[in-house]
Design a protein around this ligand. Sequence first.
Ligand SMILES: [Zn+2]
Length: 404
Amino acid sequence: MTKLLLILCDGMGDRLTKGKTPLEAADSPNMDRIAKEGICGIMDTVRTGVRPGSDTAHLSLFGYDPLKVYTGRGPFEAAGVGLKLQDGDVAFRCNFATLKDGRVVDRRAGRAEHGLAELADGISRIRVEGAEILFKKCAGHRAVLVLRGEGLSSCITDTDPESSDVIPNSCESLDGEGASLKTAGILNEFTQKTAKLLSDHPINMERVERGLLPANIVLCRGAGIKPNIKGFEQRYGLKAACISATTLIKGVCRTLGMDVIEVEGVTGHVDSNIAAKARAAIEALKEYDFVFLHIKGTDEASHDGKFDLKKGMIERIDREVISPIRDNVKDTTIVLTADHSTPIGIRQHSADPVPIAILGDVRVDQVDRFTERDCAKGGLLRICGNDLMGVILDISNTAKLFGA
Ligand SMILES: [Zn+2]
């Protein structure tokens, strides 16, 4: 059976800056070879005109319609840090933040990690009426909260105001039902108890002495329950592995039952050891039917509005990932694409379709460069991300027949 390799460069699609996209400006001969020897197109990863999050885009590309199965970011963050969710759990994505005179002065507590593990440890011992608290620190200033108990609901608002110089939000029920009213009450009690614990915590005294902002409140957002979805292997009969440095993406893949392969030296930033990720993907293809390789640096550079950094990251991916994969991977359908566009000019995700090239048993088209505008002239035309699995299963001759 033909194996499948999906290479996804996060936020790689773009708009024009001085007449060119970063992909157009980049010297990326190996990506261009995939375009030239394969079939190309552009893709709306969720739906035409829908600005995708990374989590919803990934779900869609793996064949799960996010408009039907997505309940919030929290559960994926929790799965990403290895918290196993049970049915009925409500998970949140959290930030350690800094409160002064009742107002949020920094939503990320200065991004300073000093002592946060110890604070997280203390928070995980907080008790509230009606639910068990699971709290785990993630990378940087981030953490995950899981509320476990009877009759909870994710139909509630965030406590994170997502801006500074404002007071934290009180959590409210969105539907007025008993379960959400109860959950909102629990989250508000948790937030108050956390603030009390942190306000005079020795770690925060220490942080202030060091000239760092105190981490004296935990702000929560993205409440969600464990999505009710069929595993990837069950669904497609493919043994699947994921290689990613990003908690959220690892969480999406773990939720689908994929094995997550950890690689040393990966950071999820532009400095990541992506050559090691490429080696891990090549190795994983010996054991797995489907390997998903995720590279985050392109999106990081986009959110920072740095054109040259994004162009440079694309060139590094071309040399350190695409080139060795082209040389070492045989009998495999290879897909190169992105999960969404993150245009430099707006520094956020947009609904602009992403370029896609597929190498395998395909009807090779006339496209010879892997860019947004070149791929738009390719044989795949414009596809929906939710159809991608069907397209590549067909190309690898493993799709089920519809009808007789
Ligand atoms: Zn993304």
